[in-house]
Design a protein around this ligand. Structure first.
Ligand code: NAD
Length: 418
């Protein structure tokens, strides 16, 4: 039977709470969402037929600020999944210390089966059903799996129609033209990069020449692609990248701008062994399995969940794992890596740059400001580095892994306001 993600979230809460010895009441308060909204969205299909799609908005906790979290469109969305994701958003916002709470939304739909018009009507329908519960200082959604800036722009427009109020700050992750923030596209990777640099110190790699620090990145989408660009531009040696079709490896290091050009041409990075001198298509190919098992300094899973598992953990040779994807390491593999002294920077810390820049977008919209990308980065960097150091301090104090350290930090901050 498939694991219930919400039950896993609750186990994580109880584990951290037991170690830090927080008051039982805090666990009670955090063991269920404050509010769960469930609705059916009527959508007129292009064929003229009327269909109903089931949607959710889970408002987990708002003691630190308005609920914050994406809206996911996927055929496998379930209420338990949305509850778990909302719980993790509450922890994530707390770890990076932004004044926002945890929320999440979802619709059970395979968006590949919808025309653009149907997608727009579904998105507007979602807002229609949830509008009473959303608001700049109430609940601020964002994109998640299969939703994007254009969908957020439709949602802002629909929210204005339903409420009579044009409020840009009620959704984040909008297009730049629609009021989005500079730097949002790369924000998750940019934040992950600051954390990656802090984590190198934990494994004693801070003095190794950067071009000798080897990095493998799984996933070349929004997060993995940007991470490859930023790590490469930072002078580190990216020896392998991959996407759903497979990966490519070059011991001497890949030249990422060339990989980008090749990816544009081929539609996948798995054909692109682009090094200093050549871009040898089809050479150096490796599977995703092989990429994960490379003897690199740093492994960065940035694709999907459950990639480092009890089946492959003994073949993981990296000295450090930085989780840019959500949930790439299973609990069994996590425990094994901790035993072996391989730090895993947990997702709620490593990929929190995205929600942090969403918070910056919200602030800019509220204040009628527009920050440059350099301004965004300059504000993001100290927040991410501080979150890492605070997490590390908790993991040392309680002799736990970084994941539990991050959970403890988040719960400590929540406990102050509950
Ligand atoms: P994306 O859809 O843009 O990219 C996903 C990448 O993973 C693609 O390159 C795809 O080919 C690859 N991939 C898919 N299936 C794969 C498989 N079986 N093996 C190897 N690679 C595979 O998604 P994204 O926005 O880059 O998100 C990646 C991860 O980061 C997800 O776990 C997401 O939840 C998490 N995340 C994203 C953000 C964000 O700002 N986009 C923020 C926080 C967390």
């Amino acid at each position: 039977m498939k694991d219930n993600p919400f039950e896993n979230g609750l186990k994580q809460l109880k584990h951290a709470a037991g170690i830090m010895k927080v008051e039982a009441e805090v666990v009670t308060r955090l063991s269920a969402p404050q509010r769960t909204i469930q609705f059916m969205i009527p959508v007129r299909m292009d064929s003229g037929e009327m269909r109903l799609f089931e949607g959710y908005r889970v408002q987990y906790d708002n003691h630190r600020g308005p609920y914050k979290g994406g809206i996911r469109y996927h055929q496998d969305v379930s209420l338990d999944e949305v509850k778990a994701l909302a719980f993790w958003m509450a922890l994530k916002c707390s770890v990076v210390d932004i004044p926002m709470g945890g929320g999440k939304g979802g619709v059970i739909v395979d968006p590949r089966t919808l025309s653009k018009g149907e997608l727009e009507r579904l998105s507007r329908g979602y807002v229609h059903m949830a509008a009473d519960f959303l608001g700049t200082d109430k609940d601020v959604p964002a994109p998640d799996v299969n939703t994007n800036g254009e969908i957020m722009d439709w949602m802002v427009d629909e929210y204005a129609k339903v409420t009579g109020k044009k409020e840009l700050a009620v959704f984040t992750g909008k297009t730049i033209a629609g009021g989005g923030s500079a730097g949002r596209d790369k924000a998750t990777a940019q934040g992950g990069f600051y954390v990656f640099e802090e984590a190198l110190k934990v494994v004693g790699l801070q003095d190794k020449p950067k071009n000798e620090i080897t990095v493998a990145i799984q996933g070349y989408g929004n997060v993995g692609g940007w991470m490859a660009r930023i790590v490469h531009a930072g002078g580190y040696r990216v020896v392998a990248v991959s996407d759903a079709k497979g990966g490519v490896y070059a011991a001497e290091g890949l030249v990422i701008p060339q990989v980008d050009a090749c990816m544009k041409e081929q539609g996948t990075v798995s054909e692109c062994k682009c090094t200093k001198d050549t871009c040898a298509h089809g050479e150096g190919k490796i599977s995703n399995k092989e990429l994960l098992e490379l003897p690199v300094d740093v492994l960065i899973p940035a694709a999907i969940e459950n990639q480092i598992t009890k089946e492959n953990v003994e073949n993981i040779h990296a000295k450090l794992v930085v989780e840019l994807a959500n949930g790439p390491t299973t609990p069994e593999a996590d425990a094994e890596l901790f035993k072996r002294g391989v730090p895993v920077v947990p997702d709620i810390l490593a990929n929190a740059g995205g929600v942090t820049v969403s918070y910056f977008e919200w602030l800019q919209n509220k204040q009628g400001e527009k920050w440059t990308e350099a301004e965004v980065d300059a504000k993001l960097e100290p927040m991410m580095r501080a979150a890492f150091r605070e997490t590390l301090a908790r993991s040392k104090k309680y002799t736990t892994d970084l994941r539990t350290g991050a959970d403890i930090l988040a719960i400590e901050r929540l406990a102050e306001v509950l």
